[in-house]
Design a binder for this molecule. Structure first.
Ligand SMILES: [Zn+2]
Ligand SMILES: [Zn+2]
Length: 553
């Protein structure tokens, strides 16, 4: 079968497989392509100095003429945070529901504007290069989340986005299961679905259960309530605001990201709050503690976030009081557990009463558990199934669930980022692999940070560095000044006179040898680096980065 056979589609996930984050999937048909989601991921701790990670987008360059649109499922950063980098490559319309577009608009820099945003409504149909496209309501930890169905000549492709089935949603809008069933009856060629909680049995509890927990905690809290949540978890923020108002408290909103999200959501009618209930920390100081609540960021122990500063007693305005009740209203993302536990310990040490993890009911997931996945698979009954949005373990569990519910094992694809799957009524197979690594964003520079730089940063953070400067005569090649030694993050200079002396003597000996060799100064620098590294390892058991400067006079 040729790649240009009209009745087939090519699906290429460039991110979001084998990981949680940087979701991006390309779907191609005939001479067209769309991109579903364009997210980023926060870096792991082993990437010092990296702000965020996006998918390798070089594949888009090879098909840029075919790309017709970007379709967004919802407004979380792992789905919209990489949009600017896609729009830098292709200027195409961006489709999404109202809140999703509002949040995407908020994070785009001026350099990619103007952007052709197309706000969509549930229940309506849109045509992209002739292909009927619809957005179907799902529940998630942000309002306005959508699944996307594309009616290709080869069949319907349905992408769930991030979803859960919440039958008691706080905005009164349950997932449109009926439409999933409708499409299932018509015949779905391929379902791609959120696998985040594929290893969780049962059903994910409704968001509204968190509100009930909040009420209990507010009722008995002797002093202030301090809640940390994700800035984009608008339902959770709404429940914090509602409970705060219900118990006659006023609210401090700490953190620009929360203020910004609320502003967008309020403007678009997705958030209800009386502005009069918001107070400043200064105003709060004059009020009884049991009339005050605080909402802040930092559920993941992020170093610069509000809750982390509060726990470290370094927050400029908010200081823990012994009667405070602190709620960490989120689960740690895998990898962040130790940061979160440090925050909890810090808060306990300061005397606060702390509630965290969903054992205390202060959090429920925004993602479907196994029983909900079965419901969606049973309604959709796809011919092919591709689990998305999960580490390998979760993709594997989701694949098993699909198999148990009757999907042909050969038609289930557990993929890696970059795998290209060709699907038609007759054949489904992985046809090739395209580049799909990670690209590191460091401040404003994109992708030019190689592993060498990363290794250097790790080394600096671990072992510090030492600079050695020495001036030598052009004629006699003898030392005229120095060697001068400085160091940072390696040894405390004042208490390491002995080590410094050893280093100086070593440099003098190296220069002496070099003098008789007639080699260049760069060779001298190389020798200083290598030999000192050994000397320092022997005397201090560490290998700092060594930066020699040789001046020829
Ligand atoms: Zn999400
Ligand atoms: Zn997500």
């Amino acid at each position: 079968m040729s790649r240009n056979e009209p009745h087939s589609v090519l699906i290429t996930p460039l991110g979001g497989l084998g990981e949680i984050g940087k979701n991006l999937t390309v779907i191609e048909w005939e001479n067209n392509a769309v991109i579903i989601d364009a997210g980023f991921k926060f870096p792991d701790a082993d990437l010092p100095g990296i702000d965020k990670v996006i998918p390798d987008l070089s594949y888009l360059d090879t098909i840029s003429k075919k790309i017709r649109a970007v379709l967004l499922t919802h407004g979380h950063a792992d789905h919209i945070g990489g949009l600017r980098y896609v729009l830098e490559k292709v200027k195409v319309p961006v489709y999404g529901t109202e809140l999703t577009i509002g949040l995407a608009d908020e994070v785009l820099p001026g350099s990619v504007r103007p952007v052709d945003f197309r706000t969509v409504q549930f229940g309506k149909h849109y045509f992209i290069a002739g292909v009927r496209t619809e957005f179907i309501r799902v529940n998630h930890s942000i309002p306005d989340g959508a699944a996307i169905a594309l009616h290709f000549p080869a069949g319907i492709v349905l992408h769930t986005g991030d979803f859960k089935i919440d039958l008691n949603p706080i905005d009164g809008n349950p997932m449109d299961l009926q439409r999933f069933g409708d499409l299932g009856l018509k015949g779905i060629l391929c379902l791609m679905a959120d696998s985040t909680n594929a290893d969780e049995p049962g059903y994910t509890a409704s968001e509204s259960t968190v509100g009930r927990t909040f009420e209990q905690l507010y009722k008995f809290a002797p002093g202030r309530i301090v809640v940390a949540t994700f800035a984009t978890n608008i339902h959770r923020l709404q429940q914090i605001v509602d409970t705060t108002a219900k118990f006659g408290r006023k609210l401090i909103i700490d953190g620009k990201s929360i203020v910004d999200t609320i502003k967008v959501a309020q403007r678009l009618g997705y958030f209800n709050m009386q502005d009069s209930m918001v107070i400043t920390p200064e105003q709060a100081n004059k009020m009884p503690p049991d009339k005050v609540a605080i909402v802040t960021t930092g559920t993941q122990g992020e170093p610069m976030s509000g809750m982390t500063k509060i726990a470290n007693a370094t927050h400029p305005k908010i200081h823990i009081q012994k009667t405070d009740t602190v709620l960490i209203s989120a689960d740690p993302i895998p990898g962040n557990e130790s940061l979160v536990s440090r925050t909890v310990s810090g808060l306990l040490k300061l005397g606060a009463n702390v509630y965290y993890r969903n054992v205390d009911g202060v959090h429920v997931s925004g993602h479907a558990s196994q029983e909900e996945m079965k419901i969606v698979l049973a309604l959709a009954r796809p011919k092919y199934f591709i689990p998305l949005h999960g580490e390998y373990k979760q993709l594997w569990f989701h694949a098993k669930i699909a198999e148990n519910i009757g999907i042909n094992k050969e038609n289930i694809f557990i993929c890696d980022n970059g795998d290209q799957i060709q699907l038609s009524e007759k054949v489904g197979k992985i046809v090739k692999k395209v580049p799909a690594g990670a690209v590191y964003i460091d401040g404003s520079s994109v992708g030019d940070i190689g592993t060498v730089v990363l290794k250097e940063r790790s080394k600096l953070a671990r072992d510090g560095f030492m600079t050695i400067s020495v001036a030598v005569s052009k004629d006699t090649r003898e030392i005229l000044a120095g060697p001068d030694i400085t160091s940072q993050g390696f040894i405390y200079m004042k208490e390491s006179a002995e080590t410094i002396e050893v280093v100086k003597q070593a440099v003098i000996n190296i220069v002496k040898n070099w003098k008789s060799e007639s080699s260049s100064t760069s060779e001298l620098k190389r020798q200083i680096r290598e030999k000192l590294s050994d000397v320092l390892l022997e005397t201090t058991r560490r290998r700092p980065m060594i930066l020699p400067t040789v001046l020829q006079i």
